[in-house]
Design a binder for this molecule. Structure first.
Ligand code: HEM
Length: 570
């Protein structure tokens, strides 16, 4: 073909251009793939999707961490995924470069449809997210969260009373099912969950949970949490992984119709709680809690009426976004806290010599005339070390919540693509033998120095961190101050005042307990991995302890009355 003939054919130039663009993109893709972190080989189209158990991914990710080291790459359907397995790599990318690593991968069905695009935990890193996070900081930040402590103090007194009342019930009968078929109203997990939900409900809406047996409102909260956890699980919907499926019409996409229905059902609860705070404000009632005070400020700024799911022109959260912001915080704070308390009880029963040492410390500092208080924390370094070691050994969220990149980035020799899911592998980091001697053993002493207060070591600042149970950077758990205070006050008081014991095997006379090391039989699936129910009995440690617990429960009832809050109904 001559230059002359090329000039003559008008189609040649565009075809050449297309071929060039194709070659350049193929070359770029190949060179990019060459620089991706190493990882297991997948199969075409689905990549590694079927190699990773969707509901219990952390053991497999630990296995790959041992094989590939600090960073590895997976392809899950169309999604790039990078997994960070050392504290150094995760701190560098998720904390120090958090301007780029603070977005989220979006589970399409759970976030875009079920949550109407407003669920806080999966909001992209943009203006609405920043506005919600900033607003919530006024209730959950280090300073404001201290104002919640009086309430946590009171609710923990109710929890102690409930445990005494519960006695051996869990050991003597199989747990009765609650109204929605899942909540175990008469199992000892129920009063612990009540405590955690009540604290979060008060922090958000100035209300409390006064009963846990046959309480449909409480069950609805648990239903919403369960449902979201299930629907947001990777692998639940093909439409999450293959975007083309999102174009199917409704009659071929029943998941969309179902998620739309459930969105209305969720809004009934979260929107109703906001409406309730609005009504209280209009009636001139003082309501503590984030939503009440946010609405108060918004009204003063002339934005009383702000329907919608985004932000007003001057940056206030509109009603639906406010409803989901508060609702998401309540969800995030309920089961994580409750199950951290339950997990601690399981570990203390599994390691009686540790329980004995922690209790001896508490007894020596507190005595029998009063209960432990927040101010006692520095005097209880071994006990705090036990909490930390439990959170290290069994973090409630073994993979935290995945982050996502906003822009392409480089780490060492590797490229991290734009829009890549980035998992901070808490499970592998907490089991890194370079960091923790004999990591599978439960040894609170690793965090303990006699005579020195134990730092929590859970803060976002990388250099002061021991453990990563609350995640990283600009997505770091916003409720960590509330969570730590709850865990400290409830558990120090339980160890102080209550004897807890597992049933004994009639033949061996050994306690019947789930094995903490058995992943499948002891721990639930799901992104919050918690113990399956197990039997425990509770009794006051002495008549004196019992009297103090009962008196303080009565005292709290008077306080609820003074505060205009519902009294406990048992
Ligand atoms: C032991 C109890 C808790 C644990 C283990 C826990 C753990 C976590 C983790 C791992 C994350 C994700 C962090 C990341 O993306 O890097 C998170 C996010 C969050 N947590 Fe917690 N949490 C607990 C209690 C609470 C409480 C009590 C509240 C509030 C009352 C709360 C509110 C939140 C919120 C609002 C987020 C979402 C932050 C975002 O996406 O930007 N959490 N939590």
């Amino acid at each position: 073909m001559t230059v002359q003939s090329l000039q003559m054919d008008p189609l040649v130039l565009p075809v050449l251009l297309i071929v060039c663009v194709f070659c350049i993109s193929l070359f770029r893709r190949n060179s990019l793939r060459g620089k991706l972190p190493p990882g297991p080989t997948g199969i075409p189209i689905v990549g590694n999707l079927f190699q990773l158990p969707a509901l219990r991914p952390h053991p497999k990710l630990l296995e790959w961490a041992a094989q590939y080291g600090e960073i590895f790459y997976l392809k899950l359907g169309g999604q790039d995924v990078v997994v960070l397995n050392t504290a150094e790599a995760a701190d560098e990318l998720l904390s120090r470069r958090s301007h780029n690593y603070s977005s989220r991968p979006t589970p399409h069905v759970a976030q875009d449809i079920l949550r109407g695009g407003m669920g806080l935990a999966f909001l992209k890193y943009d203006t609405p997210f920043k506005a919600v996070r900033k607003a919530l900081q006024s209730a959950l930040g280090p300073g404001p969260s201290k104002q919640l402590r009086q309430h946590q103090d009171n609710e923990s007194r109710v929890l102690l009373y409930d445990m005494i009342l519960h006695g051996d019930q869990s050991m003597l009968q199989e747990p009765l099912r609650g109204s929605h078929g899942k909540i175990l109203d008469h199992h000892w997990f129920a009063p612990v969950r009540r405590y955690a939900t009540s604290v979060a409900l008060y922090a958000m809406y100035g209300k409390r949970v006064a009963r846990f047996v046959d309480n449909p409102d409480l069950h609805k909260i648990y239903d919403i949490v369960d449902n979201f956890a299930h629907m947001s699980q990777p692998g639940s919907y093909l439409a999450d992984v293959f975007p083309l499926m999102r174009r199917l019409p409704d009659f071929l996409a029943p998941w969309r119709v179902k998620a739309q229905e459930l969105h209305l059902w969720e809004m009934g609860l979260w929107g109703g709680l906001v409406d309730d705070c609005k009504a209280a404000l209009r009636n001139g009632e003082h309501r503590s809690g984030f939503v009440g005070s946010y609405l108060n400020s918004r009204t003063t700024a002339g934005r009383e009426y702000a329907p919608g799911k985004g932000l007003t022109e001057d940056g206030w959260l509109q009603d639906s976004l406010l409803a989901y912001g508060a609702g998401s915080a309540l969800e995030a704070g309920s089961d994580t806290t409750a199950m951290s308390i339950v997990t601690f009880v399981l570990y203390m029963l599994s390691y009686p010599h540790v329980l004995q040492k922690a209790r001896a410390e508490i007894d020596a500092v507190i005595g029998t005339e009063r209960m432990p208080d927040f101010d006692d924390e520095e005097q209880l370094p071994y006990f705090v070390a036990c909490i930390k070691e439990t959170m290290r050994h069994r973090p409630a969220t073994p993979l935290a919540i995945a982050h996502a990149t906003v822009e392409e980035d480089f780490y060492k020799d590797y490229i991290i693509p734009k829009g890549c899911t980035v998992i901070g592998n808490v499970w592998a980091i907490h089991r890194d033998p370079e960091r923790f001697f004999n990591p599978t053993a439960f040894i609170p002493e690793r965090f303990y120095q006699e005579g020195k207060p134990t730092r929590w070591g859970t803060r976002p600042v990388s250099d002061e961190r021991d453990i990563y149970a609350f995640g990283w950077g600009r997505r770091f758990c916003q409720g960590s101050h509330v969570a730590e205070a709850s865990i400290f006050i409830t558990l120090s008081r339980i160890l102080w005042g209550i004897d807890f014991y597992a049933p004994l095997d009639p033949k061996t006379k050994r306690p019947i307990l789930p094995d903490v090391a058995n992943e499948e039989t002891t721990w639930s699936e799901g992104f919050v991995s918690v113990p399956h129910t197990f039997k425990v009995g509770f009794a006051p440690r002495s008549a004196k302890h019992a009297e103090l617990i009962r008196k303080s429960f009565d005292g709290v009832q008077s306080e609820w009355q003074l505060l205009g809050l519902e009294g406990d109904d048992r």
